[in-house]
Design a protein around this ligand. Structure first.
Ligand SMILES: *Cc1c(COP(=O)(O)O)cnc(C)c1O
Length: 352
């Protein structure tokens, strides 16, 4: 039974989910597509010829960087899309899979706000399914919100702003049950444990798109680099739709170099600080609830969220007030900082 469904899934041809106009799209052909060498006199792209490190257009296919990221992530380059932050692949999945005004998408709520914004920009209805009070996901409710016009289903794990990781078995059941693309946003996966990622299960699930980012654990938010991983036909199609030179020369170079430093030491430090901050908060009378977290932030429920938010600002500490979001009444989202920053936060909280 389990086996039969698995075979069915392996055979699912996701090309039928692409928008008609995208299936037949001829992408812009850059000068670097028409000639690919490394040595020569380049008189083909109307660039300024005087070398300053960035007078040439970047590689539109980010070949070197993809090779490097492929090594770091253990994924073949044909399954990697590099975007200008995660914002770019989030927007692209709507443009590739959803007919404006006709198809819809489903997400859990509360979750990351960009899915809803990208849906609205693309004139795609977003159906939000409320998480349970403990922020667990009721998958029957989620699947019941889908219909024949649902092309995308967004899962965020660990979820922002709640911090919890979705059980792998549940993600797996949703991937098998939903006839459309599942976008699994793993922006915080490095803080949950790398082995929890679905990245290495792309071959099992033809309808899976995993999003990751260099903005959080990798410490490169300012460089804007987001990643999407999926089977080659999905990556190839997203690449045809993107802006040709979406990742600039400086970002490609700096990211390439920075990847060599790894992320383990800082992630270990942030995770141990997370444990310390959570334990300390649990003893503070002002905090009514500390939600379990697998990310580099923690959601806490307090008596007077707005009052505490303002009090923290007076002391120069800025957190995120999430108290007006459905399901998050009374909640502040607090990022784990350096040990010194966390001490400062805890000191203010203990005196508030
Ligand atoms: C921060 C975050 C991202 C990252 O966005 P970038 O555009 O890559 O900086 C993606 N998804 C979620 C859920 C996030 O919280």
């Amino acid at each position: 039974m389990h086996n039969a469904r698995y075979i069915e899934l392996k055979r699912m041809d996701v090309r039928k989910f692409f928008r008609e106009n995208i299936k037949n799209l001829t992408p812009y052909s850059t000068a670097r597509d028409e000639f690919q060498g490394t040595l020569g006199t380049y008189l083909d792209a109307n660039e300024n010829p005087y070398d300053n490190g960035y007078n040439r257009y970047p590689d539109p296919h980010q070949r070197e960087l993809k090779r490097r990221l492929g090594e770091v992530k253990g994924v073949p380059v044909q399954q990697i899309f590099i975007g200008n932050g995660s914002d770019e692949p989030i927007d692209l999945v709507f443009r590739v899979f959803c007919e404006p005004g006709r198809h819809n998408a489903v997400s859990m709520a509360p979750t990351y706000g960009m899915y809803q914004v990208a849906a609205a920009i693309n004139d795609v209805q977003m159906r939000e399914v409320q998480l349970e009070p403990d922020f667990s996901l009721n998958e029957e409710k989620l699947l019941a919100a889908t219909d024949a016009a649902t092309r995308l289903l967004f899962l965020c794990s660990p979820n922002n702003p709640t911090g919890n990781l979705l059980p792998a078995a549940q993600v797996e059941r949703i991937l098998r049950a939903f006839h459309g693309m599942v976008v699994l946003d793993e922006a915080y996966i490095d803080f949950a444990g790398w082995e929890k990622s679905f990245l290495h299960r792309l071959d099992e699930f033809p309808n899976l798109i995993v999003l990751q980012t260099l903005s959080k654990a990798w410490g490169m938010a300012g460089l804007r680099l987001g990643l999407a991983f999926a089977q080659p036909v999905v990556i190839e199609t997203m690449s045809r739709v993107k802006y040709p030179y979406n990742i600039n020369v400086v970002t490609q170079k700096l990211v390439y170099d920075r990847l060599a430093q790894g992320l383990e030491a800082q992630v270990a430090e942030i995770c141990s600080e997370r444990q310390r901050v959570v334990a300390a908060m649990q003893t503070l009378p002002i905090i009514r609830k500390v939600y379990p977290t697998d990310a580099n932030f923690v959601l806490v429920k307090v008596e007077d969220a707005r009052g505490l938010y303002n009090r923290l600002i007076e002391e120069g500490v800025i957190v995120r007030d999430r108290s007006r979001i459905a399901g998050c009444a009374g909640c502040l989202r607090i990022t784990i900082g350096t040990p010194k920053e966390n001490d400062h936060l805890l000191q203010i909280l203990s005196q508030a």
